[in-house]
Design a protein around this ligand. Structure first.
Ligand code: B3K
Ligand code: ZN
Length: 852
């Protein structure tokens, strides 16, 4: 397969300042007429190359006359042109209903919608489908009036009318030049929850959240989040919205979360629809975060876009950083940071340590869809965060102002962004740029040694080898650190920001009146793995006394990890220190409940596995369950007190109420882990009495993981109640796929044959297969049945939807971390995937790289 390389970038031969699209919409056969104004760029005699994917040209005209000498080069249309500017017209017919890839124009629950990023526009019409070709779009759509009463596209509505024969038409113009990946249209039987936002300069923007009529009551949260996001981007980044309308459409079949098409965002319905009965607090938070993310793209992505797909993190890393800051500002910054770091460690760290590791600005790809990764998004966000830490708030804002100002209306690069940081920040980021080019998670060792009244801190860093990058140079690591007195708990110095640039560095602290304890990488100021010589006592001390909430959480996590890793290695656990630290946290009434809930949660099986040279899923599971049981038993009365203290009268979506619900379900889990006789009854009581999905699903999870006779009853009741709601049914599948019971693998195989299971809907596929493959013990069942099941499903899914299938390959690629028997079975499944006739290049790239 063809490999695209960053170093091969060349500016486009032809630009397309304007395009007019005319759609005769029909699910079976949609006719697309495209009229392009093309201009030769620079002095050359190369023909015009228009990308296509599965298109056949029915007509090609140049300046109004049938074109001569055009030809197909594989999927692309090549037209020789004599002059420097021409009008090109092509006509193609496409079949939305047969589009199971969900890329291009497709049908979903009776509506028609588009998804073009990254290279879907070429499945709609012939076009130079690359992000550095920016055009002004005029779109005309005609469709059956009864089936598709609503016709939406980018920009502003211009005109609409009747077309006769039961059809109608609408015209939309987008005045902002944009790349083809931001094109969108939607046709459907939809209703809108409408709102108005008045911008900082007093312009009124009409907002609409478009859904099926029955879903309208579930759209208030998304609309509210949109208004908050628009206001936040004005206050924090000085960015104002620029069109008269902003529409969001929810669709049921979608390959990822949502899409930032100019003025017409298209969303996976799971990131729009919410009411207390069907959405958890986690869902509510995710909806606000994704609405914000897509909205923020209007500046970081649309007004300033990417020159080529290697620069993807320019818009994605920056926009994730922006949505994370937004979410932090809506509630507890500390809890948000903890959640984000947990996510980074669950997805990005393993990616960076495995066969698919790549840098934030990759050097090559086979299929760009495979590079919408945790590294591009979440590590990319950490890179932006580090620059904001180094520059400080004001200079960072000056730098983003400069960036938006200088590159508005253009397609930029990561380098352009860094240069703005340097200019406005007055800093030299030469060495820092390695964050864009070197893959792998840096490791820092920090050893503090007391020498009388002084202490010496020895810092050292290494960056591990990754595929194609055997040797690494030292990185710039901004480490926020502080010392605390081990006796009084008092800070012994102000917090310092240390920029570790060399492989090794020493610092001396003088005049110490008591033994110091090191607090380092506070707030997770650098996305690195830190190893220290801190004792269990030091960590317990910090978990109770550190004045940085993240560092407090981190100390507890490290204490738990050290305990669990020792237990896995030695086969027996020494749990007293963890129990004591958890007790102190539970009893600290100054802490907010959401923080407590995060802090007392044990690291996941897979995160424990990530600490070990060779992962033993069964031993890890056993060690973790043993610690859970001990925590449950030893602190049973504290868990019950926490549980009772977190009961609420009535559902409310506020940080305090969310925190209470979170702690309540965590406490319920520990009460169940204690083996208390009434645990199942307590859980079932919560399940039945719940007035919200957070409590209901929390109780269901506890029951599903257990063996009580209430288990089947709860699963059946849940299914009965939510049968008609696809998003909630996803939770039913997912909860069972994540079960900690011995029969999880078997149960998942049976669920794949359930009448409500389908691979055609990406949410459903991810709820079962995606969830199961991160259930470490079940997926890695020594028989290999988990691997076989996932491979079977992925082979079947690839025939329908390569993009979604390929995203689910990475768990099979972690074979190096497992014993030879498991590794051989995992490799065999990867090989079976690669040998499948007609395999997509998406799957080929993921599976073949995973074998190396
Ligand atoms: N930009 C889209 C992601 C597109 C994924 C294409 N494979 C959503 C987002 O990041 O906001
Ligand atoms: Zn994005």
């Amino acid at each position: 397969p063809h490999v695209t390389r960053r170093e091969d970038y060349r500016a486009p031969d032809w630009t397309v300042p304007e395009i007019a699209l005319d759609f005769d919409l029909d699910p079976v056969a949609t006719r697309v007429r495209a009229t392009l104004l093309v201009e030769r760029s620079g002095a050359h005699d190369r023909p015009l190359v228009l990308n296509g994917d599965g298109l056949a040209a029915e007509s090609v005209k140049v300046d109004g006359a049938e074109a001569e000498g055009w030809r197909m080069d594989g999927p692309d249309l090549v037209i020789p042109l004599a002059g420097d500017a021409h009008e090109i017209e092509t006509v193609v017919t496409i079949a939305p209903e047969r589009n199971t890839q969900l890329q291009g124009l497709y049908a979903s629950s009776g509506m028609l919608c588009t998804q073009c990023e990254a290279e879907g526009f070429r499945r709609i019409t012939f076009f130079p489908d690359r992000p550095d070709v920016l055009s002004k779009y005029k779109v005309r759509m005609a469709a059956d009036k009864a089936r598709f009463p609503v016709l939406l596209a980018n920009g502003d509505p211009i005109a609409q009318g009747d077309a006769g024969d039961g059809r109608h038409w609408a015209e939309w113009h987008d005045p902002f030049p944009k790349p083809s990946y931001l094109f969108a249209l939607v046709a459907g039987d939809l209703v809108a929850n409408r709102g108005v936002f008045t911008t900082m300069r007093g312009r009124k923007v009409d907002l609409g959240i478009w859904v099926r009529a029955g879903d309208l009551p579930k759209t208030d949260h998304a609309l509210h989040a949109l208004k908050l996001s628009m206001a936040w981007d004005e206050t924090v980044y000085g960015r104002e919205y620029d069109l008269d309308v902003f529409n969001i459409v929810a669709v049921d079949d979608f390959n990822f979360g949502a899409m930032e098409n100019k003025g017409l965002n298209v969303f996976n319905s799971r990131y729009i629809l919410a009411d207390p009965d069907t959405a958890t607090d986690y869902d509510y938070d995710a909806i606000a975060a994704v609405v914000a993310h897509e909205y923020f793209h209007n500046w970081s992505g649309n007004r300033v876009t990417c020159r080529d797909w290697f620069q993807l993190s320019l818009k994605e890393g920056f926009t994730v950083f922006r949505d994370q800051s937004f979410s932090g500002d809506q509630g507890s910054k500390a809890v948000k940071r903890i959640e984000d770091v947990r996510g980074l460690r669950a997805s990005q760290f393993p990616e960076d340590a495995g066969p698919l590791a790549h840098s934030v600005r990759p050097d090559e790809y086979i299929e760009i869809s495979n590079f919408y990764t945790a590294t591009i998004y979440n590590k990319g966000a950490e890179v932006i965060r580090m620059m904001s830490t180094i520059l400080g708030r004001e200079k960072f804002r000056a730098a983003t102002d400069l960036y938006f100002d200088r590159f508005d209306g253009t397609a930029a690069t990561c380098e352009d962004f860094v240069r703005c940081m340097e200019e406005a920040g007055g800093v030299d980021l030469t060495q820092f740029r390695r964050w864009y080019s070197q893959a792998g998670t840096p490791r820092v060792s920090a050893n503090l040694a007391q020498e009388g009244g002084r202490a010496r801190l020895r810092l050292a860093q290494t960056v591990p080898p990754t595929p194609g990058q055997p040797a690494k140079e030292p990185m710039v690591l901004p480490l926020r650190l502080k010392l605390f007195g081990g006796i009084t708990g008092r800070p012994m110095c102000d917090e310092q920001l240390v920029l570790l640039k060399d492989a090794a560095h020493e610092m001396l602290f003088e005049n110490l009146s008591e033994p110091p304890v090191l607090s380092i990488n506070r707030g997770f100021s650098a996305p690195v793995i830190v190893e220290t010589n801190r004792t269990a006592k030091d960590l317990a001390f910090l978990s109770a006394h550190d004045d940085d909430p993240f560092a407090r959480y981190e100390a507890m996590q490290q204490l738990m990890l050290d305990t669990l890793v020792a237990a896995v290695t030695s086969g027996k656990g020494e749990h007293a220190a963890v129990i004591e630290a958890v007790r102190n946290t539970l009893l600290d009434s100054a802490l907010d409940k959401a923080f407590v809930a995060e802090a007392v949660l044990l690291p996941s099986d897979s995160f424990i596995g990530d600490q070990m040279g060779m992962v033993d899923p069964d031993a890890i599971f056993a060690a973790r369950e043993a610690l859970r049981a001990d925590l449950g038993t030893a602190l049973e009365s504290e868990w019950r007190a926490a549980y009772d203290g977190a009961q609420a009268n009535r559902f409310e979506y506020s940080p305090a109420a969310k925190g209470a619900r979170r702690l309540k379900t965590v406490a319920l889990g520990y009460i169940a882990a204690s083996g208390a006789d009434d645990a199942a009854a307590l859980a079932f009581g919560q399940f039945e009495a719940a007035d919200n999905m957070t409590d209901r699903q929390g109780a269901l999870t506890t029951l599903v993981n257990g063996n009580s006779d209430k288990r089947e009853a709860a699963l059946a009741a849940f299914y009965q109640r939510y049968q008609g709601n696809a998003l909630v049914l996803d939770k039913w599948f997912q909860t069972q796929a994540l079960s900690s019971r011995d029969d999880a693998a078997q149960a998942v195989e049976a669920l794949a044959a359930h009448k409500d299971f389908t691979l055609a809907n990406p949410n459903r596929a991810r709820a079962l297969i995606g969830a199961f493959s991160v259930n470490q013990r079940a997926f890695h069942d020594p028989s290999g049945r988990g691997y076989r099941f996932v491979a079977d499903q992925l082979i079947a899914l690839d025939r329908l939807n390569p993009q979604t299938a390929a995203k689910l390959v990475p768990p099979l690629g972690r074979w190096k971390r497992f014993d030879p028997a498991r590794a051989a079975r995992m490799r065999a499944e990867l090989e079976r995937i690669i040998a499948t006739p007609g395999l997509s290049k998406d799957m080929f790239e993921q599976a073949s790289k995973s074998l190396d």
